[in-house]
Design a protein around this ligand. Structure first.
Ligand code: ADP
Length: 343
C-alpha cells in the first residue's frame, strides 16, 4: 500500500495543455474518484502515474518517493482499462497468471496466487475457459483478478465499467468497492459518470480543462460546490442556476417546494413560477418551470414528492420556496462560489 502525490503535474502535446498543473495528495488506502467530461485530461494523468507517458513538468510520488522518471515495471501500479484486453488464446487461469510469469515467479507460487485471487473474485469455476466464452461481467472480474494478482501498491481504473450494460455495471460497481475495502489498496478511479464517483469515492477530484476544479468528499462537493461547473456536473438533475443582479443563485431541485404546502419559513427565497412540464419518475416527479420575466424566462427544475406533486398541473402559476440554508451564490464572471449565509 502507498500514498500517491501529484505535484504541479503538466502534460503538453504541442500547443495542447492536456494536463495543466495538477496538485493532488491521495492517502494510503484511499479510494479517489477522478471525475470529469471527456477530454479533460483524466487518461493522460493516469498514464503519467502508471509511467506510460512522461510528464512535461512536475512530479509523481508513490509512497513518498519520486517515481516521475521510473519505468512502469518499477512502479508496481496495476492499471485496468475499459477494454479488458484479455489474451484470447489463453485460458482464464493463464490470463491471470500472466503478470507473474512475466516476472518469473515460480510455477508453484503462481498457481497458489491464481487460486487465491480467483477465489477472491469468485471466478474459480471459470479458470479453464477462454475469454470468448465469458460474459462482460465475468471478463471484468478476470481483468480485476489479473490486476490484483501481482500485489500492486496502487490501483488505477480508467473507466473500467463503461462497456458493461447498466445492470451488470451497478453490480460491478459495488464489487469493485468491496474489493477495495477488503484489500485496502490505494485506488484512483477515473470516470465521467458522476453517479459512479458519488457512490464509490472516499473523495472525488473534479477535473476540467486539464485542471482540478475541486477535491472533497462526495457530500462536500454535492452540498458545497466550489464553482458553477462542479455544481452542474454533480447531481441528476443538476443544480438550478438562476441569473441574479451581479451573481448566480444555485439550489438543488430537491429543495424546491410549494410555498404554501411546505410551511416555508419567513425568510425563504420565494419564486413566482409557471409550470411547463411534469414528468413522472416513479418515486417522485420532475417539474420544469419558468421563473422571472415572461418574455425571457429562466428555467427551473424541481423534484416533487407525490403529495405535493398531485396538486400540480402544466400551465399552473405557483409560488415556490427554497430555504436560505440551501441557497448557494456564485460569481457571475468567474463562476466561483461566493461565501454567504448557510454556505
Ligand atoms: P480524458 O481522459 O479526460 O477524456 P485525455 O487525457 O484523453 O482526456 O485527453 C486530454 C486532452 O489531450 C484532449 O484534448 C486530447 O485530445 C489531448 N490528447 C490526449 N492524448 C494526446 C496525444 N497523444 N496527442 C495529442 N493530443 C492528445
Amino acid at each position: 500500500m502507498a500514498t500517491l502525490e501529484l505535484r504541479n503535474l503538466e502534460k503538453h502535446y504541442g500547443g495542447v495543455h492536456a494536463v495543466d498543473g495538477i496538485d493532488l495528495a491521495i492517502a494510503d488506502g484511499e479510494f479517489l474518484a477522478i471525475l470529469g467530461p471527456s477530454g479533460c485530461g483524466k487518461s493522460t494523468t493516469m498514464r503519467m502515474i502508471a509511467g506510460l507517458e512522461p510528464p512535461t513538468k512536475g512530479d509523481i510520488l508513490i509512497g513518498g518517493e519520486v517515481v516521475t522518471h521510473l519505468p512502469p515495471r518499477l512502479r508496481n501500479v496495476s492499471m485496468v482499462f475499459q477494454s479488458y484486453a484479455l489474451y484470447p488464446h489463453m485460458s482464464v487461469a493463464e490470463n491471470i497468471a500472466f503478470p507473474l510469469k512475466v516476472r518469473r515467479v515460480a510455477r508453484a507460487e503462481r498457481e497458489q496466487k491464481v487460486q487465491w485471487v480467483a477465489k477472491l473474485m469468485g471466478v474459480e469455476r471459470l479458470l479453464q475457459r477462454r475469454p470468448a466464452r465469458l460474459s462482460g461481467g465475468e471478463k471484468q472480474k478476470v481483468a480485476l483478478a489479473r490486476a490484483l494478482v501481482r500485489d500492486p501498491t496502487l490501483f488505477i481504473f480508467d473507466e473500467p465499467l463503461s462497456s458493461l450494460d447498466a445492470k451488470v455495471r451497478a453490480m460491478a460497481r459495488s464489487e469493485l468497492r468491496l474489493l477495495h475495502d477488503r484489500t485496502g489498496i490505494t485506488t484512483v478511479y477515473v470516470t465521467h459518470d458522476q453517479l459512479e464517483a458519488l457512490g464509490m469515492g472516499d473523495r472525488i477530484a473534479v477535473m476540467e480543462g486539464g485542471r482540478v476544479r475541486q477535491v472533497g468528499t462526495p457530500q462536500e462537493l454535492y452540498a458545497h460546490p466550489a464553482d458553477t461547473f462542479v455544481a452542474s456536473f454533480l447531481g441528476t438533475p443538476p443544480m438550478n442556476l438562476l441569473e441574479r443582479e451581479g451573481h448566480v443563485l444555485g439550489f438543488r431541485p430537491e429543495f424546491v417546494h410549494l410555498a404554501g404546502a411546505a410551511g416555508a419559513s419567513a425568510d425563504a427565497l420565494r419564486l413566482q413560477a409557471k409550470i411547463v412540464e411534469l414528468e413522472f419518475l416513479g418515486a417522485d416527479w420532475q417539474m420544469y418551470a419558468h421563473v422571472g420575466d415572461e418574455a425571457n424566462p429562466q428555467k427551473l427544475l424541481a423534484r416533487m414528492q407525490p403529495p405535493e406533486a398531485s396538486a400540480l398541473h402544466v400551465g399552473d402559476a405557483v409560488e415556490l420556496a427554497v430555504e436560505r440554508v440551501h441557497l448557494r451564490h456564485f460569481d457571475k464572471a468567474t463562476g466561483r462560489r461566493i461565501a454567504a449565509d448557510g454556505d
